[in-house]
Design a protein around this ligand. Structure first.
Ligand SMILES: O=P(O)(O)O[C@@H]1[C@@H](OP(=O)(O)O)[C@H](OP(=O)(O)O)[C@H](O)[C@H](OP(=O)(O)O)[C@H]1OP(=O)(O)O
Ligand SMILES: Nc1ncnc2c1ncn2[C@@H]1O[C@H](COP(=O)(O)OP(=O)(O)O)[C@@H](O)[C@H]1O
Ligand SMILES: [Mg+2]
Ligand SMILES: [Mg+2]
Length: 341
C-alpha cells in the first residue's frame, strides 16, 4: 500500500537524487518520503496536527501509522521511523529493525533515549561538557542521588554540602505520572519523608522564568515559560516541610508575551545555545529533544540545564510544522548524498 502510494505521488525527493533501489525505478519524477510513526494517542493529537500533515503532503512526506500487530519489517518500506513509546519489548523490536534495515533512519536510537530515562545520567553530558565561553556558562545544579533508605537523607545532604531548598525528583524518568511528581524541601529533616530512588537537586532561583530550548536536528527554537518563583532567604528560614508541586511546564502559560524584567526574560545568547545544542546532539546521539534551562537570578550569563526530554511537545514550538518537515527532508537528502558521494 505504502509502496503504491509512494510511486503514485509525484513530489518529494527528486528520484534522480536517489540511487537506484529495489522497487523504485530511477526516473526523473519525484517520490514520497515515507515516515512510519509509533506514538501514543496523546502525542498523535498534539504533534500530528492537520497543519503538519498538510504541509508534509505538499512537501512529499507521508506519515504512516505503524501497526503493532504486524512485524515492522512487513510494513513500509519506510525512509524514517519516528517513535516515542515505552517498554522493553518495543525497544527490542526497534533495535532488531535497525540491524536489519540500516537504510532506515530511526528517530532516535533506543539506547540513546534510554540514557534520558534516568535523571542522573540525563544531565551527565551537560556536566561533562562544562560549557563556558564569552557568552556564558552552562552547568547543572549540584545534585545527589539517593537510591534507598530515606532516613539517611538528612546526613547525606549535610555531608555532600547540598544547600536548601532542595528539589526532589524521581530518579526514573520514564514518562509515567509518578516520574513527574516533584517536591520542594525547605528543611533537611523533612527529607526523610521522601520516597527514594531520587535525585536531590539544589533549587536555583531563576526569577520564575524557564527557557524551553527545542532542538530538531540542527534547528533550535527557544520559548519562555513561567516556572517556580524564587525562594527568598526569609521564606526559607520561616518554612519547613516538603511540598509537592504540580507539573509546571504543562500548567504554566507561555511567558513570551508577559511584561517581564529584561534581566530575567532575555533569551540565552544564540551562540551559546548553538554550541550547547551541537555538543549535546553529538554526546547524546539524539536529534529530537528539548532542554529546560534557567538563568540564575542576579546573573546575566549563568545558566543551568535542569531537564532534557526526548521528543517533547513540539506542537507547542512555534513554526514546528516547517522546521520538522524540512528536517525530515534533509535527513533523506543527506542519506542520498552520502550513498552517491
Ligand atoms: O505533553 P506535552 O506536549 O506537553 O509534552 C511533554 C513535554 O512537555 P514540553 O514540550 O517540554 O512542554 C514534557 O516536558 P517536561 O518534562 O514537562 O519538561 C515531557 O517531554 C513529556 O514527555 P514524558 O512525559 O516525559 O515522556 C511530554 O509529553 P508527551 O507528549 O511526550 O507524552
Ligand atoms: N534545580 C532546580 N531549580 C529550580 N527550579 C527547578 C529545578 N529543577 C526543576 N525545577 C522546576 O521544576 C520544573 C520541573 O522539573 P523538571 O526537572 O523539568 O521535571 P519534569 O521532567 O517533570 O519536567 C521545572 O520546569 C522548573 O520549573
Ligand atoms: Mg521539565
Ligand atoms: Mg522532563
Amino acid at each position: 500500500m505504502v509502496r503504491e502510494m509512494r510511486e503514485e505521488m509525484t513530489y518529494g525527493i527528486e528520484e534522480g537524487e536517489r540511487e537506484e533501489e529495489g522497487g523504485f525505478p530511477n526516473t526523473s519524477h519525484k517520490r514520497l518520503v515515507v515516515v512510519g510513526y509509533a506514538l501514543t494517542s496523546k502525542k498523535i493529537k498534539s504533534f500530528l496536527q492537520p497543519k503538519l500533515e498538510g504541509l508534509a503532503r505538499n512537501k512529499g512526506i507521508l506519515f504512516v501509522a505503524i501497526d503493532h500487530n504486524k512485524p515492522l519489517s512487513d510494513q513500509g518500506p519506510f525512509d524514517i521511523v519516528l517513535h516515542k513509546l515505552s517498554g522493553k519489548e518495543w525497544r527490542q523490536i526497534l533495535e532488531d529493525y535497525r540491524q536489519t534495515h540500516p537504510e532506515v533512519t530511526v528517530l532516535d536510537p533506543p539506547d540513546a533515549i534510554q540514557h534520558l530515562h534516568n535523571r542522573q545520567s540525563m544531565l551527565q553530558a551537560v556536566a561533562d561538557l562544562n560549557l563556558s565561553d564569552s557568552y556564558g556558562k552552562v552547568g547543572v545544579p549540584k545534585q545527589l542521588v539517593v537510591k534507598k533508605d530515606a532516613s539517611s537523607i538528612p546526613d547525606a545532604v549535610a555531608n555532600f554540602g547540598l544547600k536548601l531548598p532542595i528539589v526532589a525528583k524521581p530518579l526514573v524518568n520514564d514518562g509515567s505520572k509518578k516520574s513527574h511528581e516533584l517536591s520542594l524541601a525547605y528543611d533537611r529533616y523533612s527529607l526523610q519523608k521522601l520516597d527514594p530512588p531520587l535525585v536531590l537537586q539544589e533549587f536555583v532561583n531563576h526569577g520564575g522564568v524557564l527557557f524551553k530550548v527545542y532542538i530538531v536536528g540542527e534547528a533550535i527554537k527557544v520559548v519562555r515559560r513561567f516556572s517556580l518563583p524564587d525562594v527568598t532567604k526569609r521564606e526559607l528560614s520561616k518554612t519547613a516541610g516538603v511540598y509537592r508541586f504540580p507539573r509546571v511546564s504543562c500548567a504554566a502559560a507561555s511567558a513570551d508575551d508577559a511584561d517581564l524584567d529584561p534581566c530575567i526574560a532575555e533569551l540565552p545568547p544564540r551562540p551559546l545555545l548553538e554550541k550547547l545544542a551541537k555538543e549535546l546532539r553529538r554526546r547524546l546521539g539524539l536529534r529530537l529533544f528539548n532542554l529546560d534551562m534557567i538563568r540564575e537570578h542576579g546573573t546575566r550569563d549563568r545558566f543551568y540545564v535542569i531537564d532534557i526530554n526526548y521528543f517533547p511537545g513540539y506542537g507547542k514550538m512555534p513554526e514546528y510544522e516547517h522546521i520538522f518537515t524540512d528536517f525530515l527532508l534533509s535527513l533523506v537528502k543527506g542519506k542520498l548524498k552520502k550513498r552517491s558521494g
